[in-house]
Write a protein that binds this ligand. Structure first.
Ligand code: IPM
Ligand code: MN
Length: 353
């Protein structure tokens, strides 16, 4: 197969982890006889430095003309403590999601047998955990208008707004995921307080009869925050709005032992983007210590979701598991044993594909 991939390394550790994913993707391409082309473009603080725009038109063009986007991370501390900054790297990420129509962010949580002891949770709670969040990604309070300040600058406001159409396209994807999995769908909302959440619930209730095999549960977001830690095995597919999904998926990611492990896919009707769920991790930038596995596993999701190449995806997840078993890992999960560098882990994975 001919595969065209846009590479957006971004900021912080983004470039380092993307480099490792590229090694692995190339190795898989050789093994299976695929022709893989990469086209790189700037995004985030890097793009602000280069052209003054965190998501330049040229980058958007690159995303549009390739089959899939592999993305590293966005964010730079120089903007974090400057609430007055006019242009922020994160705006680039939001604009990219919006312009590419990436309305569903698929964030799985699963455990790795050899890392169960790394989890902050007890083994019997997490062994066998396997759920996936579908976070709505282009609506809600992240994008709602009006937003900003009053004239005096003494009040600030954001607007949470959802249309039925935005909710139902995400919910339908949730039902379809559930059909392929354990057939349990949890709608996470705050319907006891928020009008938007009541529309979520109503929309999901209307769709449910189309999927008689799927059991649907409705849970408040605060309760889910608690239950995810108490009994993560209770969940299969969870659907939720943008902000709740942002928060809960960070919480979920540490169940497996390190945030450096969890991949994600952002899917739209026409475009697909794959990215690790960790951020730009500025403290580790350039030190060759960042864990590349989340990005490598995001590349596995790319083979599966963008190209329908499940066997290729499996080869990647297998080699990742092998590296964990053999202890070819970065310091965040080395557990006092030998810690390998980011690029050494990448090399090892590519060689063992
Ligand atoms: C994420 C990130 C982003 C978000 C930030 C960087 C804007 O936290 O992808 O989860 O809030 O969506
Ligand atoms: Mn987040």
């Amino acid at each position: 197969m001919e595969m065209n991939i846009a590479l957006l390394p971004g900021d912080g550790i983004g470039p380092e982890v993307i480099q490792q994913a590229v090694k692995v993707v190339k190795a898989v391409g050789e093994k299976f006889g695929h022709k893989i082309h990469f086209e790189e473009a700037a995004v985030g603080a890097t793009a602000i430095d280069q052209v003054g725009n965190p998501y330049p038109d040229a980058t958007h063009e690159v995303c549009l003309r390739n089959d899939a986007v592999l993305f590293g991370a966005i964010g730079d501390p120089k903007y974090d403590n400057d609430p007055k900054a006019k242009i922020r790297p994160e705006q680039g990420l939001l604009e990219m999601r919006k312009k590419l129509g990436l309305f569903a962010n698929v964030r799985p949580t699963f455990t790795f047998p050899s890392l169960l002891h790394k989890s902050p949770l007890k083994r019997d709670r997490i062994e066998g955990t396997d759920f996936v969040f579908l976070r709505e990604l282009t609506g809600g309070i992240y994008f709602g208008e009006p937003r900003g300040r009053n004239e005096q600058g003494t009040k600030a406001f954001d607007t949470n707004v959802y249309s039925k159409e935005e909710i139902s396209r995400l919910a339908i994807m949730g039902f379809e995921f559930a059909m392929k999995r354990r057939k349990l769908l949890t709608c996470v909302d705050k319907a006891n307080v928020l009008a938007t959440s009541r529309l979520w619930r109503e929309t999901v209730q209307e769709l449910a009869p189309n999927y008689p095999d799927v059991k649907v549960e409705y849970e408040f977001v605060d309760a889910v925050a608690m239950r995810l830690i108490q009994w993560p095995k209770a969940y299969d597919v969870l659907i939720t709005e943008n902000l709740f999904g942002d928060i809960l998926t960070d919480e979920a990611s540490v169940i497996s032992g390190s945030m450096g492990l969890m991949p994600s896919a952002s899917l739209g009707t026409d475009n697909k983007l794959f990215e690790p769920i960790h951020g730009s991790y500025p403290q580790a930038t350039g030190k060759n210590i960042a864990n590349p596995l989340a990005t490598v596993l995001s590349a596995a999701m790319m083979f599966e979701y963008a190209f329908g190449l499940d066997a290729e995806a499996k080869v990647i997840s297998d080699v990742v598991n092998l590296s964990l078993e053999k202890g070819v890992v970065t310091e965040d999960i080395a557990d006092g044993g030998k810690a390998y560098g980011t690029s050494e882990v990448g090399d090892w994975l590519a060689e063992n594909v």
